[in-house]
Design a protein around this ligand. Structure first.
Ligand code: BES
Ligand code: ZN
Length: 640
């Protein structure tokens, strides 16, 4: 028996809901009710074993979502109707949806008559079941609803948080389990839907979604359609004062008018990236590939929303040195959007494949040195992170029972996942591995897949015929064991070796003037700063700053690293820059290490809490959730 199915059966035997006691961090110190998995033998489509969704798609499955929405910026509410097309697998079963904090006004059948519904108990961070009683003839329902202030997917920005400063802005972030906070649906990556949407926005603002744009209707509503089935976390919306600049026939950049030209110049290689990706792993199947550059409060670097990657403006470095972010989000058009993790345990299938693919795109467009350099830095970061992690967090096929999906977010699914694929490539050779990946994408296109399915495919397609390869790759250990194995690839860049020589010179004299930095890239600087991090003090930082002006770096990655070191070593000259950075930027990857460094001392903790109290309202709920834990923010100290 498949071990996953076995585990599911045991969970089922224990009842629909299982409560687990968790330990460790704040979220984990609470009781989190785990939604037990469910599967029906003979159910159509992939069985669901998603403990982070209330839906029961093996009984009634949503296949299409039709949205008719109005964006009310004054009230900060999205309201309207979600029409859901249904596949009735078990004719007697009710429809079970996910919802979190929605005000459900009414539910109707296709004929307009009302349907009874009930909202179940709330589960920590996972919302609740919205159960709808169906008539035998129902093939669709219409849910009329509005969002509330609990809609964590949404961030409503004041004009002052935009670069134009005149208009408000709204964007959504669905992954992992936030789509249920703005749309009632089956919020599991195992359930794929096509979607249509009509969105009414205030005059002068442009609405964009992760779909084909159909223009405006007679009411002025922006219309969208996505004909390919996607998981719910990829439904995304943004609305603000936006301008567009084309890059090629199918690629272009959306951003606020004052940012769009800079963004287009930074990302001008996007079409080359799409071509490189297609040469590697098959046609780009989503029509357009555009990038939307959001205001700086966007909590992620990028989000692979179909047809329209959402991106942070903090990668606009002016020298294309951070554009691997576009390669990454583009790669998700294959790994993630075309072939999707079926549960959040399988997240490494999304991110590990994507980091591997990203590196292959970077290699083709910018050369092997650049790709190797970025992988070397990523591996070093993974090792630093693993040193702080518990063993369970270091496992690729992570056990998330009793955990929120976000608890599995770290460099492990990303970089360890990519290193696993690099290991397979090294053993079987690039031509065979490329053919294997191509088949993986083609044969699982528009499907949601589990780690067990990947294992079976790997065995059948690559290892069964190759005893030596099977011996050389301990797949079980790679997937199930913590830590890094001795056979983990160790990408090394000659360019960073040259930086190591300068690290040695600096260490010898601790004098910035000794360091030769001509021709250094962003990655060189990051490598240098991490290498000397343990040897710095305030005086040596002042010396470096006088020579290299790092406190005024326009590169967000270098600046963030420098500011963290400033906190660590008490280099207070960087304080104003730190406050500015924490005020302007809401990207979690930058906020977390800075706040984490601050809270290490008593005085720093006090300062962090004061600053955070002032700035918390500027951050998206995703970033707030993380930083709340870091600084020990609780509901009664908040003013939200
Ligand atoms: N899909 C992720 C972002 C994500 C993951 C959001 C999990 C919510 C839950 C996206 O593709 C990503 O990995 N973004 C990275 C950028 C990247 C270049 C590694 C980020 O935001 O840092
Ligand atoms: Zn990603």
């Amino acid at each position: 028996m498949d071990p996953e199915i076995g585990a599911r059966a045991r969970l089922q035997a224990a009842g629909r809901e299982t409560t687990l006691v968790l330990s460790m961090s704040v979220r984990k110190a609470t009781l989190l009710t785990l939604l037990s998995a469910c599967a029906a033998p003979g159910a159509q489509g992939p069985p669901t074993m998603d403990p982070h969704s209330h839906a029961e798609p093996h009984r009634v499955r949503v296949t299409h979502v039709d949205l008719d929405l109005e964006l009310d910026f004054a009230a900060q509410v999205v309201r309207g109707v979600a029409g859901l097309d249904l596949e009735r697998v078990d004719p007697g079963a009710p429809l079970v949806l996910d919802q979190q904090g929605l005000a459900i006004r009414s539910v109707a059948g296709a004929d307009g008559t009302v349907r009874r519904f009930r909202v179940g108990p709330e589960h920590d961070g996972l919302g609740s079941a919205l159960t709808i009683d169906l008539e035998p003839s129902d093939r669709s329902v219409r849910v009329t609803y509005a969002t509330t202030e609990k809609a964590d997917a949404l961030q409503w920005l004041e004009p002052s948080q935009t670069s134009g400063g005149k208009s408000p802005f709204l964007f959504t972030q669905g992954q992992a389990v936030l789509t249920r906070t703005w749309i009632p649906l089956q919020d599991s990556p195992a359930v794929r839907v096509t979607y249509d949407a009509r969105v009414r926005a205030p005059a002068g603002l442009t609405a964009l979604m992760s779909a084909q744009q159909l223009g405006q209707d007679t009411r002025g509503a922006f219309c969208f359609r996505l004909e390919h089935p996607i998981p719910s976390y990829l439904i995304a919306l943004a609305c603000g004062e936006l301008a567009f600049r084309p890059i090629s026939e199918r690629c272009g950049i959306w951003a606020e008018p004052s940012v769009v030209d800079r963004a287009r110049a930074e990302f001008e290689d996007t079409e080359s990236m799409v071509r490189a990706a297609e040469e590697l792993f098959g046609p780009y199947r989503w029509g357009r590939y555009d990038v939307l550059v959001l205001p700086p409060s966007f909590p992620f670097g990028g989000m692979e929303n179909p047809c329209l990657t959402f991106a942070t403006p903090t990668v606009l470095a002016g020298d294309k040195s951070l554009v691997s972010l576009v390669a990454h989000e583009l790669a998700h058009s294959w790994s993630g959007n075309l072939v999707t993790n079926a549960t959040w345990r399988d997240f490494w299938l999304n991110e590990g494949f994507t980091v591997y693919f990203e590196s292959r795109i970077m290699e083709r467009v910018y050369g092997a040195d650049r790709a190797r350099m970025e992988m070397q830095l990523a591996r070093a970061e993974l090792e630093r992170e693993m040193a702080r992690q518990e063993p369970w967090e270091q496992v690729l096929h992570v056990e998330l029972a009793g955990h929120h999906p976000d608890d599995g977010f770290s460099s492990v699914p990303y970089t360890k996942g990519a290193l696993f694929l690099m290991r397979i490539e090294a053993v079987v050779g690039r031509p065979r591995f490329d053919a294997f990946l191509r088949r993986w994408f083609d044969e699982h296109a528009f499907q949601s897949v589990t780690t067990a399915e990947f294992r079976r495919f790997l065995e059948a397609e690559l290892l069964a015929q190759d005893a030596d390869a099977r011996k050389a790759i301990d797949v079980d250990a790679w997937l199930a064991e913590p830590g890094l194995r001795a056979d983990t690839p160790d990408p090394r860049s000659p360019l960073l070796d040259q930086v190591d020589a300068q690290v040695a010179r600096w260490r010898a004299g601790r004098t910035a003037a000794d360091v030769r930095t001509e021709g250094w890239s962003t990655q060189s600087w990051l490598h240098f700063l991490e290498a000397i991090a343990g040897n710095l003090d305030a005086a040596s930082m002042a010396d470096l700053d006088r020579r290299f002006d790092l406190t005024n770096s326009g590169n967000s990655e270098i600046l963030c690293t420098w500011l963290r070191l400033s906190i660590q070593h008490g280099y207070s000259a960087a304080d104003p820059a730190l406050v500015r950075f924490l005020t302007d930027v809401g990207r979690r990857k930058f906020l977390e290490p800075l706040y984490r460094e601050m809270v290490k001392t008593d005085a720093g903790r006090e300062r962090a809490r004061q600053l955070y109290g002032r700035l918390r309202g500027r951050y998206h709920a995703v970033s707030r959730g993380t930083i709340d834990e870091v600084v020990g923010w609780s509901a009664n100290s908040s003013t939200r």
